[in-house]
Design a protein around this ligand. Structure first.
Ligand SMILES: [Zn+2]
Length: 577
C-alpha cells in the first residue's frame, strides 16, 4: 500500500484538508514496518508545517476550505467535517504507534473544540465547513472568502455527502481509543471519557475498570476496578500537556506524584476488587497569542478553548419534518475585542459552573456546564463582509471608544456561531484603528480565476510587493495575451479624476505579468467612454500606478488591459480618487 499510494514522507504533497487529515500520518504508520526514522518523524514534520502555515488558530485544525490557499490563513478560514474526523483518527493511530501523549492532546483539541460544532446539538444535521470565527451559518455562497462555492455553512442532513458518510466514524473511533494495552501487561487511560474497559492484565487476570467523569467539563476522573482476585499490573494515566500539577488519590488517600505535563503517571501495585483511583487535572486559564494572525488571542482552560457566546437563531431552511435543515443567524452582537488584564491575564476571567445538562449534551450554547465571564469592548467597524462572512481580523491591539462590557464565553465546541480568535483592545498610541469596511465591490470582469476574486481589488489590502501571495488578488488567469477588462462600481455617482492600480506580477513562480498597455473608461449613460486628458498609464511593479485625467462624473469605471503575449495578468488593489 505504501508503495502504491501518494507518499507523504518527503513533504506535504496535497493541500486538500481531508487528504491532509487522512494522509499526514501515513509515514509514521509505515514506520511500524520500515523502522526507518525518516518515516517515524515525517508525520510530526507534516503536522507542524501545516499548523505553521495555516493553523495559527484555535480548534486544533487549520484553514483548508476546500484547500489551503496562500493568503487565506486567518481564523475565518474553515475546515471540512470530513477533515476533522480524519484528523482525529490519524491522531489516534499515531498515539497507538508512538505512545506520545502529544497526539492525545491534539486529538482532544479537535474532538472538543471543532468537531461538536460541525453538527447540530441533536446530531441530525451537519455543515460542510466550520471555522474558529464564524458569525452566521446561512445557506448562501461564501466563495471566494471560503474556497468552496455553494451552501457550505447550511446545516443540512441531505447535503454535503462526503461529510455525511465520514461523520459517523468520529466518536466511535474516539471511544475505541480511550484505553490502550501497555507492553508490560498494564492498561493506559489515554483519552478521558466516561467508559468501561474489560481487559486481561498482569498474570492474565481479567479486570474491568469503570471510568466516571464529565471531562473535559470537569477536572475530576474516577476509576473503579473490578476483579475476581487481587492482581498486580501498572495503570498508566495520561497527563495532558496543559496540566503541570496532577493530583491522584487511591481509595481516598492522596498519593504524592512527580508526574510532569505531557507524560504518564504510572501506578504499579496489586489491585483488589473495588479499588478506586481519583485523578484530578487542575485546569487553568491561559491565553494563546497568534502573532502571525495579527496578535489575535484565544482563551483556553484545560483542553477547552472558549468562544464568545453569540445568540443563535435557528431558521428552518429545507429538509424534512423528521430531518430538517437549518440556517443559524446571530441574535446578539459579536464584534468584541477582549480587554485583557495585562499583568495577570488569567485573573481577568471568572469561571462559572452550571449543572450538567439532563440530556447529556454539553455541546449546546445554552446547556454548556461551564462558562467564563470577562471584559470586552465592541469594535463598531468590525462587520460581516458582502458574503456574510465575519470581517477579516485586523492588527491588535485595537482602539475602541465603546463602553467596557462583561461578556460570556462558552466552550467553542458548543458554539456554532463563534469568535474564538479575538482582537484585543488597547489604549494610547499603540492602539490601531479598525478601518471602515471597504465599499462592497459591485463590479465584474471579463474573466476571473476561480480562487481569485474581483472583490480583492477593493478589499483595502495592499501587498508588500506585486508578488505578494499573502493577500487576496484578482487575475485573468489563465487567459494569456488577450484583451481583458474589469469594472469598478462606485457607491454613488461621484466625480473622479485619478485612479491608482497596483498590478499583480508573479515573475519567478507564475504566469502573471504587468500588462503591455491599459486604459481607463467610465460609464456615461449606458456607454463606456475613455477618459480624456489622461497622463501615463503606468505598468510598474511594486507600487501604485497613478493616472490622472479630466474629471468625470460616473458610477462605474472600467480598466481595459492588453495582456503581454503568452502571459496573464492581475490586480492586487485599486484606488479611486
Ligand atoms: Zn466532507
Amino acid at each position: 500500500m505504501h508503495r502504491n499510494t501518494a507518499d507523504w514522507s518527503g513533504d506535504i504533497i496535497n493541500w486538500h484538508n481531508v487528504n491532509i487529515g487522512q494522509a499526514f500520518g501515513g509515514p509514521t504508520t509505515y514506520y511500524v514496518q520500515s523502522r526507518d526514522p525518516l518515516h517515524l518523524h515525517a508525520s510530526e514534520r507534516n503536522w507542524q508545517k501545516i499548523r505553521d502555515m495555516y493553523g495559527q488558530v484555535p480548534g486544533g485544525m487549520f484553514g483548508g476550505d476546500e484547500n489551503c490557499r496562500p493568503g487565506f490563513t486567518g481564523p475565518r478560514q474553515a475546515v471540512e467535517t470530513c477533515g476533522m474526523v480524519e484528523a482525529m483518527l490519524s491522531h489516534e493511530t499515531l498515539l497507538t504507534i508512538t505512545g506520545s501523549g502529544v497526539w492525545a492532546d491534539r486529538c482532544e483539541d479537535v474532538a472538543f473544540n471543532s468537531f461538536p460544532a460541525a453538527m447540530t446539538p441533536d446530531l441530525k444535521s451537519l455543515r460542510y465547513l466550520t471555522a474558529p470565527n464564524m458569525v452566521q451559518s446561512d445557506s448562501k455562497n461564501k466563495s471566494p472568502g471560503l474556497q468552496n462555492g455553494g451552501p457550505m455553512l447550511h446545516f443540512n442532513p441531505h447535503g454535503h455527502r462526503c461529510c455525511q458518510h465520514n461523520v459517523g466514524h468520529g466518536w466511535p473511533y474516539y471511544a475505541e481509543h480511550l484505553w490502550l494495552a501497555t507492553p508490560d501487561n498494564g492498561l493506559a487511560a489515554v483519552l478521558y471519557a466516561a467508559s468501561e474497559v474489560n481487559a486481561k492484565v498482569g498474570d492474565g487476570t481479567e479486570v474491568t475498570i469503570a471510568e466516571k467523569t464529565t471531562y473535559p467539563f470537569d477536572e475530576r476522573i474516577e476509576f473503579t476496578i473490578s476483579t475476581g482476585k487481587a492482581v498486580r499490573f501498572p495503570l498508566y494515566l495520561r497527563i495532558p500537556g496543559w496540566c503541570s500539577k496532577p493530583q491522584v488519590a487511591i481509595n481516598g488517600k492522596a498519593m504524592g506524584n512527580e508526574a510532569q505535563a505531557l507524560s504518564y503517571l504510572v501506578i504499579e501495585r496489586t489491585w483488589s476488587d473495588g479499588d478506586r483511583v481519583v485523578l484530578v487535572l487542575p485546569m487553568e486559564i491561559s491565553l494563546r497569542r497568534w502573532t502571525r494572525n495579527l496578535d489575535s488571542v484565544s482563551v483556553d482552560r484545560g483542553p477547552l478553548t472558549y468562544s464568545l457566546k453569540i445568540g443563535e437563531k435557528y431558521v428552518r431552511q429545507g429538509g424534512t419534518e423528521e430531518w430538517p435543515a437549518w440556517e443559524i443567524y446571530p441574535t446578539t452582537a459579536w464584534n468584541y475585542g477582549l480587554v485583557l488584564n495585562e499583568s495577570d491575564p488569567a485573573a481577568g476571567f471568572e469561571v462559572v459552573k452550571k449543572p450538567w445538562p439532563k440530556d447529556n449534551q454539553p455541546f449546546e450554547i445554552n446547556a454548556t456546564p461551564i462558562v467564563l465571564r470577562t471584559k470586552a469592548k465592541r469594535i463598531p467597524n468590525w462587520k460581516m463582509d458582502h458574503l456574510g462572512l465575519v470581517g477579516k481580523i485586523r492588527q491588535s491591539p485595537i482602539a475602541s471608544d465603546e463602553p467596557v462590557e462583561t461578556v460570556t464565553l462558552v466552550p467553542m465546541g458548543a458554539a456554532r456561531l463563534r469568535i474564538a480568535s479575538f482582537p484585543t483592545i488597547g489604549a494610547g498610541p499603540d492602539a490601531h484603528q479598525w478601518p471602515e469596511a471597504p465599499v462592497p465591490f459591485g463590479g465584474m470582469a471579463s474573466h476571473c480565476w476561480g480562487s481569485d476574486s474581483v472583490e480583492a481589488i477593493s478589499d483595502g489590502l495592499v501587498g508588500k510587493n506585486s508578488n505578494d501571495h499573502s493577500i487576496p488578488r484578482f487575475t485573468w488567469w489563465p487567459r494569456q495575451g488577450s484583451k481583458e477588462w474589469i469594472q469598478y462600481k462606485l457607491k454613488k455617482p461621484s466625480k473622479v479624476s485619478a485612479v491608482e492600480v497596483y498590478w499583480f506580477d508573479d515573475t519567478g513562480g507564475g504566469g502573471c505579468r504587468t500588462p503591455a498597455a491599459w486604459r481607463l473608461l467610465y460609464k456615461d449613460g449606458e456607454k463606456f467612454k475613455e477618459v480624456m486628458g489622461a497622463g501615463t498609464y503606468g505598468t510598474e511593479k511594486d507600487k501604485f500606478n497613478k493616472v490622472t485625467f479630466d474629471p468625470v462624473e460616473t458610477t462605474m469605471l472600467r480598466i481595459e488591459v492588453q495582456l503581454k503575449p503568452q502571459v496573464s495578468g492581475g490586480i492586487l488593489e485599486m484606488k479611486v480618487k
